[in-house]
Design a protein around this ligand. Sequence first.
Ligand SMILES: NC(=O)c1ccc[n+]([C@@H]2O[C@H](COP(=O)([O-])OP(=O)(O)OC[C@H]3O[C@@H](n4cnc5c(N)ncnc54)[C@H](OP(=O)(O)O)[C@@H]3O)[C@@H](O)[C@H]2O)c1
Length: 244
Amino acid sequence: MQLSNNVAFITGARRGIGRAIALKYAQQGADCVLLARSAPTELAAEIEALGRKALALAVDVSDADAVDASVKQAIAQFGRIDVLVNNAGIAQDGLLLRMKLEQWQNVIDVNLSGAFYCTKAVSRHMLKAERGRIINISSVIGQMGNAGQANYAASKAGMIGLTKSVAKELGSRGITCNAIAPGFITTDMTSDMSEEARKQLLKNIPLGALGEPEDVAEVALFLASPGARYITGQVLNVDGGMIM
Ligand SMILES: NC(=O)c1ccc[n+]([C@@H]2O[C@H](COP(=O)([O-])OP(=O)(O)OC[C@H]3O[C@@H](n4cnc5c(N)ncnc54)[C@H](OP(=O)(O)O)[C@@H]3O)[C@@H](O)[C@H]2O)c1
């Protein structure tokens, strides 16, 4: 049990990568605060069946007041937060000249501002405890860009800058902050890719397949575990070798 007695606060936990991380953490002994647009109540029940505690909350991470309230609720119930995973994310693709201001703003608000609001609210408690792990789910798109995803790429590159700044600011207080950059992972987010686009994509993945949410969850577990105590400000790619 690598995370016994830990409390993890995971955003975007109802589906996909966030759900896999929450289950992995619970299997390793963590109690979990689970956020999503709709409360992840079924996942909370699964986690409770594993013998852990869970709190499922419907919170829009782009609403700073709602984020603050959810952190207060988590602290009231569990007394502390040891691990924060900023995973909630959306894509609203479009070519630059056709991209509406709303598409730009929505993606920045959820992916980047949401991570900032959660980090600010949770780190206050980590600072008092003088320990904590912050894990930001970025993307290879934030490292290499992608036509039709200027908003998404900017938000994910922004998360990398946020990660490094938080790592420098909070390192002396026993808090690490790292990012994971997944490549293409089989979730709802990638489910509407055409067969042609998938074939094209596979040509650029040395391991020759898309990843699974569990592949990202394994690395999120490592970053939260005692073994990662001396790692901060890093971006770990989980992308089948797309970027090297
Ligand atoms: N899948 C990939 O290939 C891939 C690759 C690189 C990076 N990523 C990143 O990994 C993260 C998870 O992706 P995924 O593929 O697992 O996505 P997903 O299956 O679409 O799930 C997204 C989760 O985020 C939640 N969410 C969305 N907007 C939210 C908001 N405003 N406030 C709170 N929660 C919100 C959703 O809540 P509801 O369930 O209630 O709708 C859902 O639980 C994202 O940050 C994504 O950018 C994914």
